[in-house]
Design a protein around this ligand. Structure first.
Ligand code: ATP
Ligand code: MG
Length: 322
């Protein structure tokens, strides 16, 4: 273990051990501070190389229970906040996940959202568009899945594919049925602008948008692909197309850098999460979601004095019931 790795691991361990003693408010503050380092905010000067794929810590085998416990504390805090979000029924949260294959989107969604009430949360996955989708503007299919007030909506891939896979493979753009004169050299800039405007529009209507790029390294992806071949229970997760897309790694990284630069804003930020260590990534994601929920003025709806009198009368009647 390197010296800095050792130092970081010690710091993580110390922080993690303290967590269970903290009040909810202190916990939220910790989560906010922790997530900040991965938040791009205004993307103007964004460079992907400034963000690591590997969290610079390694607690080893014996640290595993502590990492699990830390995630659980985050998941519980998030679930408690979602309960208020749902009861208040004013704000909504849209969480977008984008990543290369095997970066851990599915696992992150499963673990981070494990504590939330399924009634208040919906996950939508966006694969290659159908012919009906292609008969509409590119936001159309996603708009239908936006979260209602009081809900959390998760997009497993999203309209950002329109400036990713579609940018990497020219042929996909050609098959989109767009009028030819609209396909110009400015098309990506145009799409960035449309996305920025769309997210601003959502913000102004009470939907907060946060976006995660799970930043996995090419080497780690290779390991995970091999594991998917070797483990029969994971075979279903792997296809030759995934390996083919890996061949376009550089083009994808360029597309990611461009899109984060152009669509990360203070109000709808991208988080670039080091994804080579799955547990660490999940803790960072939970923290960022807590941060977003904390920006809303969440509180349980209060009832009027008359209503309280009425409730007390009902209680009295129930107690006197024979
Ligand atoms: P898993 O991580 O389990 O493999 P996945 O999200 O990769 O899940 P797949 O069925 O493997 O799901 O693939 C979805 C594919 O659809 C991706 O290759 C993605 O790039 C592609 N896709 C998504 N949106 C679009 C789009 N707008 N245009 C073209 N292709 C798209
Ligand atoms: Mg896939």
């Amino acid at each position: 273990m390197s010296k800095s790795n050792h130092k970081n691991s010690n710091a993580f361990e110390k922080n993690a051990r303290e967590l269970s003693t903290l009040s909810k408010k202190e916990l939220v503050k910790k989560a906010k501070n922790f997530s900040k380092q991965y938040c791009v905010g205004d993307g103007k000067n964004f460079k992907l190389k400034d963000y690591e794929t590997k969290a610079s810590f390694n607690l080893g085998e014996e640290g595993k229970p502590l990492v699990r416990e830390t995630l659980q504390i985050g998941v519980d805090a998030l679930a408690a906040m979602q309960d208020v979000l749902y009861a208040q029924d004013k704000w909504s949260l849209l969480i977008i996940f984008q990543a290369m294959d095997a970066a851990g989107k599915d696992g992150a969604i499963k673990h981070v959202m494990s504590g939330v009430n399924p009634q208040g949360c919906q996950v939508s996955s966006f694969k290659a568009p159908s012919s009906e989708d292609l008969d509409h503007d590119f936001l159309w299919r996603c708009q239908k899945h936006l979260p209602e007030r009081g809900r959390i909506g998760i997009f497993n891939r999203s309209y950002y594919e329109e400036v990713l896979v579609v940018r990497v493979h020219e042929q996909i753009l050609k098959n989109q049925k767009l009028p030819e004169k609209l396909i110009t050299k400015d098309i990506w800039e145009d799409r960035f602008q449309d996305i920025r405007n769309f997210e601003k529009y959502l913000n102004r209507n009470g939907t907060i948008v946060i976006k995660f790029f799970l930043n996995v390294s090419k080497d780690e992806q290779k390991e995970r692909f091999i594991e998917r071949v070797d483990d029969p229970d994971k075979n279903w997760k792997f296809s030759a197309t995934d390996a083919k897309e890996r061949g376009y790694w550089k083009d994808y990284m360029h597309a990611y850098e461009e899109l984060i630069k152009n669509t990360s804003t203070e109000k709808s930020p991208w988080y670039v999460i080091p994804a080579d260590n799955k547990s660490y990534a999940r803790i960072a994601i939970a923290s960022a979601i807590i941060n977003a929920l904390d920006e809303m003025d969440l509180e349980y709806p209060t009832v009027s004095d008359e209503k309280i009198v009425e409730l007390q009368a009902v209680k009295k009647a129930l107690l006197e019931e024979k």
